[in-house]
Design a protein around this ligand. Structure first.
Ligand code: HXC
Length: 508
């Protein structure tokens, strides 16, 4: 074999060994895959094309002038998922703890720019000790460049972050700027300051799992959107998420053929809503029943469970679903539910994904905690997101649609294209007993019972709204799937854009 080819093969082998066998063994001992293994699990077999494999750092401080490793701790390039191009970069913890240098930041920015130019999703796999300490401000500048690209690409291509190890300090802000964050049980940690700093500043004793583990961020902070059991599971979830998304904001949603009939009826839905309006039911049963093949890909399943968000397909085409969950806190809207729903609606709107809203909401959650933490400005995000969204919007009121919550949950008045209600819908300023207690507080129980009946007859139904044209149709629950698909079909050609502006001022 030609000497130059031999040298090339040897150098390639060295580059793929990255930090060396010892470090790879340590990574394995920690139950983690290497950066290249992760990319290979994520992408269609044999499609990965690596870029910048021989890039090395330019640092000469603290002994770094004697320590160069090809690739410098980032594996980056492109490949395919389900036959569609994606761009990817993975921090390699075996090389200087996956720390970010000026040079490997340049590698990241290169694939970020390529992804934006070619109009394809980008996936970042994080496993890093943060800024490379030996480099100082050069590394910090690298983070700034990555954040800049994250922000510029927002709404143009889907950006996904997968946290598979430590992600600390300012490094958390790149994932936070992307559309979706995946974490792995017991393997990923995200925090702005670690347990030691927390202890010294606030005197709180907390371990890294409690402070910033996958469960914490999936259920308490709402930072993470998906929680995987293992690295492999998590990477498969990334593939599934992408199956619902177009590659960029100019593409239509992908089509996935189904044998599930668009006319399929489900008699069970006729008895899903309890006659007693104070009784809960599981909105997920309705979702599962109406979507193609009962496949619902839920987003943020463990956070603010009083609202449900996620992707599904209707007659082969992706939709986003936003649904109140009467089985959790009666489906009330609070700060976390508002944030969760608003960001999801805005994502769907960026990427041409129609939004279905399933509504059963008694109102906004009362109380000092909510008021003092800003339910007004957080709740305003839902209105803003629905009004601003120009994608097709179809709403179904299954039961309660009270007060401000009726208006904000994609009502006709805030721009929905098609509004349905079940015969069990109650569209009113508030529930019957609350209304009677305010209007007739000085009356006897008997008198109150009398007006309660009158109120229920007049207001606890969908007919007044239908008479005013605020509902387009009252439908039989069993026919929900067919009605939804008809409406989505009709709205496919919707043309609407908002007035030209630099950007709006979303309440934050
Ligand atoms: C250079 C680093 C490094 C870093 C780890 N290493 N972090 N090298 N810069 N930031 C090196 C270690 O020296 C070690 O090298 C190897 O990576 C593996 O690290 P270990 O400590 O042995 O691994 P582990 O016990 O698993 O602990 C991982 C860790 C810990 C929790 C990430 O290494 C750690 O706390 N690192 C520092 C984290 C940090 O404070 N980063 C700065 C955050 S501030 P050898 O050769 O011994 O194997 C920041 C600002 C960003 O990032 C601002 C953006 C705007």
């Amino acid at each position: 074999m030609n000497q130059q080819i031999k040298e090339f093969i040897e150098r390639n082998k060295q580059a793929e060994l990255a930090g060396g066998q010892d470090k790879i063994d340590k990574q394995k001992k920690a139950g983690k895959l290497t950066a290249r293994e992760r990319i290979n699990v994520l992408l269609d077999k044999g499609t990965f094309v690596e870029l910048d494999k021989f890039v090395i750092h330019q640092s000469h401080n603290l002994g770094m002038d004697k320590n160069f490793i090809d690739g410098d701790g980032i594996v980056s390039g492109y490949g395919k998922i389900d036959g569609r191009f994606v761009y990817v970069y993975a921090y390699d913890f075996t090389v200087f703890g996956g720390s970010l240098s000026r040079t490997n930041a340049n590698k990241i920015v290169k694939v970020q720019r390529l992804a934006l130019k070619m109009g394809a999703p980008i996936i970042a796999i994080n496993d890093s000790g943060g800024a490379r300490i030996q480099e100082g401000v050069g590394s910090l500048a690298g983070y700034g460049d990555i954040f800049y690209q994250n922000t510029i690409s927002s709404g143009v291509i889907p950006q996904i972050s997968v946290i598979m190890g430590p992600c600390a300090g300012g490094a958390c802000y790149s994932p936070a700027l992307t559309d979706f964050i995946f974490m792995v049980k017991e393997k990923s940690h995200m925090f702005v300051t670690g347990p030691d700093v927390v202890k010294s500043v606030t005197n709180e004793e907390v371990d890294k799992e409690e402070l910033g583990g996958a469960y914490t961020h999936s259920s308490k902070s709402g930072v993470s959107h998906f929680l995987g059991e293992t690295e492999e599971d998590t990477l498969m979830m990334v593939r599934e998420l992408l199956s619902f998304l177009p590659s960029n904001n100019m593409e239509d949603v992908p089509f996935c053929a189904t044998s599930d009939s668009p006319l399929r009826e489900d008699e069970n839905l006729n008895t899903l809503i309890p006659e007693d309006p104070s009784k809960p039911y599981d909105m997920k049963e309705l979702i599962d029943s109406i979507v193609d093949d009962r496949i619902f890909f839920e987003v943020m399943a463990n956070f603010a469970q009083n609202i449900i968000i996620g992707f599904a397909r209707m007659d082969g085409k992706s939709v986003g679903i936003v649904a109140n969950q009467p089985a959790v806190q009666a489906g009330v809207l609070d700060i976390d539910a508002s944030d969760k729903a608003a960001r999801f609606i805005r994502f769907c709107d960026c990427f041409n994904i129609p939004v279905i809203t399933l509504e059963d909401v008694p109102g906004f959650l009362p109380g000092c905690t909510q008021e003092h933490n800003g339910i007004i400005r957080h709740g305003a995000k839902i209105v803003y997101a629905y009004v601003e969204a120009t994608v097709p919007k179809v709403t179904l009121i299954t039961r309660k649609a009270y007060g401000g919550a009726y208006i904000v949950m994609s009502s006709k008045h805030t721009g929905a294209d098609v509004n349905f209600a079940y015969p069990s819908a109650e569209i009113a300023v508030m529930g019957a007993s609350g209304a009677v207690n305010i209007l007739y507080r000085n009356k006897t129980d008997e008198e109150k019972a009398q007006v309660l009946k009158e109120y229920e007859k007049k207001f606890s139904n969908p007919y007044r709204a239908a008479e005013l044209g605020y509902l387009d149709e009252i439908i039989l629950p069993s026919q929900t799937r067919a009605k939804m698909i008809q409406a989505l079909d009709m709205t496919q050609t919707k043309i609407r854009s908002n007035p030209a502006k630099k950007h709006g001022n979303l309440p934050l």
